[in-house]
Design a binder for this molecule. Sequence first.
Ligand SMILES: Nc1nc2c(c(=O)[nH]1)N[C@H]1C(S)=C(S)[C@@H](COP(=O)(O)OP(=O)(O)OC[C@H]3O[C@@H](n4cnc5c(=O)[nH]c(N)nc54)[C@H](O)[C@@H]3O)O[C@H]1N2
Ligand SMILES: Nc1nc2c(c(=O)[nH]1)N[C@H]1C(S)=C(S)[C@@H](COP(=O)(O)OP(=O)(O)OC[C@H]3O[C@@H](n4cnc5c(=O)[nH]c(N)nc54)[C@H](O)[C@@H]3O)O[C@H]1N2
Ligand code: SF4
Ligand SMILES: [Mo]
Length: 765
Amino acid sequence: MSVNKDIFEPDRSFNYDLQTENRTFIEWHEADRVPDKLVDTHCAFCGVQCGMYLKVADGHVIGVEPRDYPHNLGSLCPKGVVAYQQVEHPDRLRYPMMRRNGRSSPLERVSWDEALDHVTSRWRAIQAEHGNDAVAVYSGSSMTNEKCYLAGKFARVGLRTRHVDYNGRLCMSSSAAAYAAAFGIDRAPLPMPDIELSDCIVVDGTNVAECFPIVMQWIWRARDRGARLIVIDPRETPIARTADIWLAVRPGYDIAIVNAMLRHVIHTGRTDDAYIAERTAGWDAVREAVEPYTPEMAERVAGIPAERLLAAAELYARAKAPLILHGKGIEHSTHGVDNCQALINLALARGMVGKPGAGTMMLTGQGNGQGGREVGQKAAQLPGYRHIDVPEDREYIAGVWGIPEAELPGEGAAATEMVHLMASGEIKSCMIMCSNLMVSLPDNAVVQRALEQLEPLVVIDFFMSQTAELADVVLPGTVWCEDEGTTTNLEGRVIRIKSAAAPPGEARTDWEIMCAIADRMGRGAFFPFRTAREIFDELRVASKGGHADYYGITWEKIDAQQGVFWPCPTLDHPGTPRLFTERFAHPDGRARMRPIAHQPPAEEPSEDYPFRLTSGRVVYHYLSGNQTRRIGFLFEQAPEPWVEIHPRAAEPLGIHDQDRVRVRTPRGSMELKALVVPTVRPDTIFIPFHYSHEQSVNQLTNPAVEPGVKIPEYKVCAAAVERLDVAPATGGAAVENLTAENRPAMFPYTVGETKAAAKPQRSAS
Ligand SMILES: Nc1nc2c(c(=O)[nH]1)N[C@H]1C(S)=C(S)[C@@H](COP(=O)(O)OP(=O)(O)OC[C@H]3O[C@@H](n4cnc5c(=O)[nH]c(N)nc54)[C@H](O)[C@@H]3O)O[C@H]1N2
Ligand SMILES: Nc1nc2c(c(=O)[nH]1)N[C@H]1C(S)=C(S)[C@@H](COP(=O)(O)OP(=O)(O)OC[C@H]3O[C@@H](n4cnc5c(=O)[nH]c(N)nc54)[C@H](O)[C@@H]3O)O[C@H]1N2
Ligand code: SF4
Ligand SMILES: [Mo]
């Protein structure tokens, strides 16, 4: 492909590429016809949940169009525009599979009856011998509220086990616990358009431009109105490049910066004393605790220049509506809850929480990361954000479910703890739905050993995942637009997901599968659902009177109002876009402050492991990559992982850009290519986590967890890097070197030939 040197000429190579790309997909979908239907729905991926129309022709989803919704205003990011290509993807799982003769036998096609009979007869036997808790459910937040709600009920009523938890444990548990403790409600206090009202935005530990691209338009609007921007991140992320001040924090040490900012607010007399007195509790201890955090101390601890810190603190202190956005950079930490609380202390001291465009706003990650954590699939939680230990909450939910309160199990293990119970033999079987643990949990080797103990390991997915590869039974599920339901986006806005296509082959929705299994376990009477809407109506009642009250939300109201923000307690209630405007959700109406001191991460660099390894995301892939690595356009942008290393760190190691290197930690090692970039702290290296098998960074990460909420410390561990003098391995071949033989099985068309010539593959059945 020739490069056009004249920048005033349109870049024909680029246009040409787009045309061939389109042709490939048009052939693939046999879709040289116009859509006969536009289905108004939302994206499958992140917590923004952009509005979109799916174009449907003759029952086939053939494309997408942006949909003007209040929070995405007709925009979609690179993942959103190709999400639909999952629907008719040749890799879709179309029928149940099972290993008929134990672990060493192959996964072979079986009927639903054979698969489910096998699973339920094993479960009955296991539970008779070892008790109900020997069977566990590991669920996920990419599912609708209806499915997430049913997952909790399925475990506790269908299987009568206490062990149910979900992948949000790896994601939102730090911020969830901090917001619940400080404010009494775990939800972002503001709708997305409020971001525009801020005059100083602090972005702490989130790569907004790559992870929430559509949130950026609200930040740009604020910037257009003069808002200042401060970014705290060990990497100069795309948004950091546009910031007024970038603080390249040493991974794990944000508290020193945040406390020093609060100290500056206090010392320059910018606290809101009336607000503190009327609306908060705990201030005196916080004021005392931040006193040692001078700019010089912050410099020593967090590795950022004291003058920069002071400049940032001053911008924050004098702003009229400062807003703090935060993400995994501070939450994936053994002190993740403290990190969030430190930010909350800062915002409360300035009297900002509950004001338009100001305060703190966690950026919930998964598509239904908000709904998934309030409808009762968490280990200690019942629907409506009720607590499994509170007698009235138990009574209420037992009543809704029609079981005696005493039959409702107690708190089960957190997702990260389940792994240890599997390894020790306490959990003998697990049903995993909507999670890819072999990529997403830290320390892959330990996870694999744990999963291999299970018999059976049951996985529901619509694509073969690295976790499903280990399963005894694989059940084919449906993609998001093959079912109806609701999700709750990162604002707390409940929205509608609509069905655009029928499931392929014998695939079934997660909720139908759960109902069928419950029936075979003799518990069918509790799972009479014929539609997702019937599940939603039960969820509404189950959530009634809880913190996350959905009772007043109906599917019609969602359509009429373009989403409804919970809490929405009655049918005539409009919903609650802004929280805490008058009072916080604790009985006394006050927010809680708590003194926070910085602590080191669980693992610090040493002579053998001199770097700090951090991990995270890139714009083109989603989570474990099991979905996005199958979409040609996204795969091509980022076909393999890399390690970002600073030139000053690379030079003494003899590492040049694009060299193959080995990265080692006390858990394991992996080989990948180096990206020598000045955008990362010289003591820090970064690897994206969207890749599987020998390309998974979680071979290296530290399984240490936050003691209360058990979220892993994905964002920092000690590591070593060395240059390899070998040719690239097949797994890491660049796109142009891929051939029919070495390309990953999931790749939708053959590269190496021209894309236009390549015939898309279809599966045999
Ligand atoms: N493209 C894309 N978008 C996504 C997702 C995806 O997989 N791909 N996943 C969704 C989900 S589930 C989630 S949870 C969100 C996550 O969204 P983010 O939280 O924005 O994503 P991460 O890349 O995990 O981490 C954010 C940043 O933290 C920085 N960081 C590392 N250590 C530290 C530290 O000690 N302090 C600070 N201040 N920063 C640190 C990293 O350099 C990184 O830039 O994204 C959602 N959106
Ligand atoms: N090193 C490192 N590790 C991390 C992180 C990090 O920053 N660094 N981030 C963590 C975070 S924030 C998160 S959220 C987790 C995510 O980790 P996971 O939840 O394990 O990752 P996903 O790719 O979402 O896995 C979902 C799987 O379920 C399938 N799936 C999707 N939708 C559905 C559905 O509706 N039903 C069913 N049955 N299956 C479905 C997908 O094909 C995929 O195989 O990873 C965590 N792991
Ligand atoms: S920002 Fe999130 S919801 Fe919107 S299109 Fe991108 S991945 Fe989908
Ligand atoms: Mo997440």
